[in-house]
Ligand binder design. Structure first.
Ligand code: NCD
Length: 306
């Protein structure tokens, strides 16, 4: 039985197969409409979510399966003090696969060790968010036609943004990837990413503070929200929250074929005036998230569709 805790749980070949399956689902949705009939997905969300939880649910419903679950710690037995290990043992009796989001780093991993059904990490604290990474990779591969030879600008909260951490881990496995890390001093990538992931693997990267200085060279601009819930101090959040605002003027500095991505939710970091720019790919990205989660559910449940 396979779980998904980190994008690195899948080899490049497995990932390639999964993304190809997601593209086939996109083209032939009817072929997959009954693939998971009789199967149940449990969504155990101890932290708020719109896209991730609903896209998992939509994915399972699109496959003909059913869904059950909870959407906040308060509405689960966690409020009574139950451990994730006990919760997953019980959920294993009710469902065939589980997607879990938790504010504590490592909680889905702890759950997976006691689980008798596949567990998917749907975001653990500031650590990892592998299914957002699958979504991002599918978006990049579908819109740019490749996952290599890319200069990727990651902008915003690179310290707490788990989507950024997972994406860096996943992309360094492809040839000729360069990162431009755009953040205020206080929100730079954690040193374990800079040292253990980027330096150790000789991945070229530069760190800049001004978005304008980076725009012209980027193939992809990945914007992120300042992660309010991870700040210890409200004043620091208020100081940082509007540090970057992508607008038409800044977009005019970018390549014609650059794409703008964002895991969403957006707060102020992308002005709505950018939404009509053909390079804005963030809503399309949310759609790719459903296809890739469908592919992931099929893969982890070992369902073959001919
Ligand atoms: C991201 C998350 O939860 O980390 N959202 C998502 O899953 N689409 C990004 C965020 O909350 O800023």
């Amino acid at each position: 039985m396979q779980h998904l805790m980190s994008p690195l749980d899948l080899s490049v070949e497995e990932l390639d197969k999964l993304l190809t399956l997601a593209n086939d689902i996109e083209k032939n949705p009817r072929k997959y409409a009954h693939a998971c009939e009789g199967k149940k997905l449990a969504t155990c969300f101890y932290e708020p979510s719109t896209r991730t939880r609903l896209s998992f649910e939509a994915a399972m419903l699109n496959l003909g399966g059913s869904v059950l679950g909870f959407s906040s710690a308060d509405s689960s037995s966690a409020a009574k003090g139950e451990s994730v290990s006990d919760t997953i043992r019980v959920i294993s009796c009710y469902a065939d696969i589980c997607a879990m989001r938790h504010p504590k780093e490592g909680a889905p991993l702890v759950a997976s060790e006691k689980s008798t059904i596949p567990v998917i990490n749907a975001g653990d604290g500031g650590h990892q968010h592998p299914t957002q990474t699958l979504t991002d990779l599918l978006t990049i591969r579908s819109l740019k036609g490749r996952l290599h030879n890319l200069n990727i600008g990651l902008c915003g909260d690179l310290k707490f943004g788990r989507t950024v951490h997972s994406l860096i881990h996943a992309l360094i496995r492809y040839p000729n990837i360069k990162f431009t890390l755009i953040s205020p001093e206080e929100l730079r990538v954690p040193s374990y990413i800079r040292e253990d992931v980027l330096h150790k693997n000789n991945v070229p990267f530069c760190e800049v503070e001004r978005l304008e200085d980076a725009m012209a060279d980027l193939d992809i601009l990945y914007m992120t929200r300042v992660q309010k819930e991870r700040f210890f101090n409200e004043d620091d959040y208020v100081r940082m929250k509007d540090f970057y605002i992508l607008n038409k003027k800044k977009m005019s500095l970018a390549k014609e074929d650059m794409i703008v991505m964002h895991p969403l939710p957006r707060v102020n970091e992308i002005s709505v005036e950018v939404d009509d720019d053909p390079r804005a790919a963030y809503f399309q990205q949310a759609q790719y998230g459903v296809y890739v989660r469908m592919a992931l559910i099929l893969t982890l449940l070992e369902v073959e569709v001919c």
